[in-house]
Design a protein around this ligand. Structure first.
Ligand code: MN
Length: 415
């Protein structure tokens, strides 16, 4: 499949992708969109010009500042719409290709629009599902001999985060302030976090709800998962260390999490499915699954200093996840917890086995004991004011690359 819109070989957005997001221009209200190459496609304009008439749905879902109403149409409809979009932009289809007036109303250069937060997130949950990350953190903070707590291999550990502070790429954050207990001190101090960190994660978005009192099985989970984004779960390690006992993270995590601008559908990612790591001991029946449920998605993190040269500090892969999304959703709902369209469930920090594959500065600098050298001669143990953290991810197979675009966030000084 090839589009009549030109797509460079290193683009995240060939015609095979067709992710969903929200954009606005200086003169237009926010609208739901997709992207091919460098062209943002206004789906409300595409529908208004009759190009999606063959699919029966409420075209008003595209006149929105989020994609929730679109996702709620359900996969039979959204998959038909996605296929219709691919047909319209296929090089063999000349209808819109030969209509420059319509193109002017429908297509926008990505450099000339603003991409907005694509989802109205209702509830947000963060898991802790990378074994290498859990072992690294357990080794640093507790006991190398018993790095994994007894429950870890039996259930996908998670906690309820906060949805209000999930932001889109490009929105800067302020360094958080809070209580810390410095090593050797006998009482806590208050101030700006000194150990601000990123967490390299991916998140999935619920596109189909389940009623309270019912559960989603691993078998039906993919029907409830609309798609995925790259997710930077900002973390203040000094605040976290003091506050997290006994109920887990609180103010160290809820000040900001950043997501990439395009929600990539599970259908677009299907070619990148791979086997999961072997789960031993055997999981309980409700967590068993059939087939490949993991994904080979390459991930990387760059730190870009203010006025400085960027450095790639981590190269990981989603395939390292021990617990897959289907297991996470089955576990989350096994007690009858209801999920709503727009809920976001993040993976937890995704670390691989090699030291360059660690998904946080906590691990990369090994708690600050191994600073990372930057091209300008400075060092990073954690993230400095003025730094921009950029995360990217894509799958690549048989010459087709399906990506997410970047999630880029600048850190401003504490207020
Ligand atoms: Mn996290």
């Amino acid at each position: 499949m090839k589009s009549w819109i030109s797509v460079s070989s290193d683009s995240d957005f060939p015609i095979q992708n067709i992710p969903f997001g929200v954009f606005q221009t200086a003169t237009n209200e926010p609208k739901v969109a997709t992207i091919i190459g460098e062209k943002v496609i206004d789906l409300s304009a595409l529908a208004a010009h009759g190009y999606l008439d063959a699919v029966d749905f409420d075209k008003n879902v595209f006149n929105s500042c989020h994609i929730n109403d679109y996702m709620a149409l359900g996969k039979p409809v959204t998959n038909a719409i996605r296929a219709a979009i691919q047909s319209i932009f296929n090089i063999e289809n000349t209808t819109l290709q030969n209509n420059e007036t319509h193109q002017a109303a429908i297509l926008h250069d990505v450099s000339k629009v603003e991409l907005l937060m694509p989802i109205k997130v209702g509830d947000y949950t963060d898991f802790y599902s990378s074994r290498d990350h859990a072992i690294n953190v357990g080794t640093m903070f507790r006991d190398p001999e018993n790095a994994l707590l007894p429950n870890w291999l039996h259930l996908p550990v998670g906690y309820h985060g906060r949805a209000s502070s999930i932001i889109g790429s490009g929105t800067p954050i302020r360094r958080p302030k809070g209580q810390q207990m410095p090593a050797g001190a006998d009482k806590p101090v208050f101030g700006a976090s000194k150990l601000l960190d990123f967490e390299l994660e991916m998140a999935f978005v619920i596109g189909k709800s389940n009623e309270m009192g019912t559960s989603v099985s691993t078998k039906s989970a993919e029907d409830h998962i609309f798609g995925m984004v790259i997710f930077n779960d900002w973390s203040a390690r000094d605040i976290q260390k003091w506050e997290y006992i006994p109920l887990g993270p609180f103010l160290a995590k809820n000040f900001a999490s950043s997501i990439s601008p395009w929600v990539v559908t599970l259908e677009a990612l299907s070619d990148f499915k791979v086997e999961s790591p072997v789960q031993e001991p055997k999981v309980l029946p409700y967590l068993e699954f059939e087939g490949n449920k993991n994904y080979d998605i390459r991930l990387e993190v760059d730190i870009v200093p203010e006025n400085g040269q960027s450095k790639t500090v981590s190269q990981s892969n989603y395939k390292y996840m021990y617990w897959n999304m289907c297991q996470q959703l089955a576990h989350h709902t096994i007690n009858g917890c209801n999920m709503n369209v727009g809920d976001m469930l993040a993976s937890g920090t995704i670390s691989g086995p090699e030291s360059h594959e660690y998904g946080s500065m906590l691990e990369l600098s090994w708690r600050g004991t191994k600073p990372i050298a930057m091209p300008d001669g400075s060092e990073r143990k954690f993230i400095n004011d003025g730094d921009t953290v950029v995360m990217r991810g894509f799958g690549q197979k048989d010459g087709v690359r399906i990506g997410f675009g970047a999630v880029s966030t600048k850190v401003l000084p504490a207020s």
